[in-house]
Write a protein that binds this ligand. Structure first.
Ligand code: ADP
Ligand code: MG
Length: 189
């Protein structure tokens, strides 16, 4: 089954000196993939351009290389896949697609708010994977903002309770690497 990873970013290609709030040692510990065996989730929190997708893809690539099943998606892609399913059977089979892999990457939480139905599907997915498979999730929105994101504070609390029970939360409080590259472009003109 296709993992649908966008590119082949590696941990080796990550410049940790650019992101001092990030512990390089902690990332290399995660790269030993014990999080997959213990069904521990990994949550990368931080502003755009700080390397959340890069690090998620790097860890997912290692899991894939080690023989684990992996699937990459974004929150909006998965929400749309579930909310546009035309009948309950299709919802079930699409949900199964996201439940089955050992490692599911859910990228870009925080860029879109969810409908009531999509929020329920997201909750259902996190609940189904709880203690069964790892989620690597990236978010630009801190947990306090997830009630607004899901349009439901109670549902957000219940979802975060399951997501974070066995989880490594990695906050990146740094500069955007994209902006750095743009500034270098300007400097070289
Ligand atoms: P985010 O998902 O947090 O918005 P990305 O992971 O997409 O950010 O990073 C933006 C771009 O910058 C990508 O091409 C990524 O590979 C690169 N990048 C980000 N941080 C670093 C870093 N510390 N070292 C090397 N490349 C980086
Ligand atoms: Mg990203």
């Amino acid at each position: 089954k296709a993992a649908r990873l966008p590119g082949t970013k590696m941990l080796e290609g990550f410049d940790f000196s650019f992101q001092p709030s990030l512990s390089e040692r902690r990332l290399w510990e995660l790269a030993d993939l014990s999080f997959v065996r213990t069904c521990t989730n990994i949550v990368f929190l931080g502003p755009p351009g700080t390397g959340k997708t890069h690090l998620s893809v790097a860890l997912a690539n290692r899991a894939l290389t080690a023989g684990h099943s992996v699937l990459f998606t974004t929150l909006s892609e998965l929400s749309n896949a579930l909310s546009t399913a035309s009948h309950p059977g299709l919802v079930r089979s699409r949900l199964r697609r996201y439940i089955t892999p050992r490692v599911l990457v859910i990228d870009e939480v925080g860029y879109t708010t969810l409908s009531q139905e999509q929020a329920r599907y997201f909750f259902e997915l996190v609940t189904a994977r709880y203690e069964h498979g790892s989620i690597i999730l990236t978010s630009t929105t801190s947990f306090a903002g997830w009630g607004t994101l899901l349009g439901d504070e109670v549902l957000a609390t219940a979802l975060l309770d399951r997501l974070l029970h066995h989880a490594e939360v990695i906050a990146i409080n740094g500069r955007s690497y994209r902006m750095k590259e743009r500034q270098m472009d300007r400097a070289s003109v």
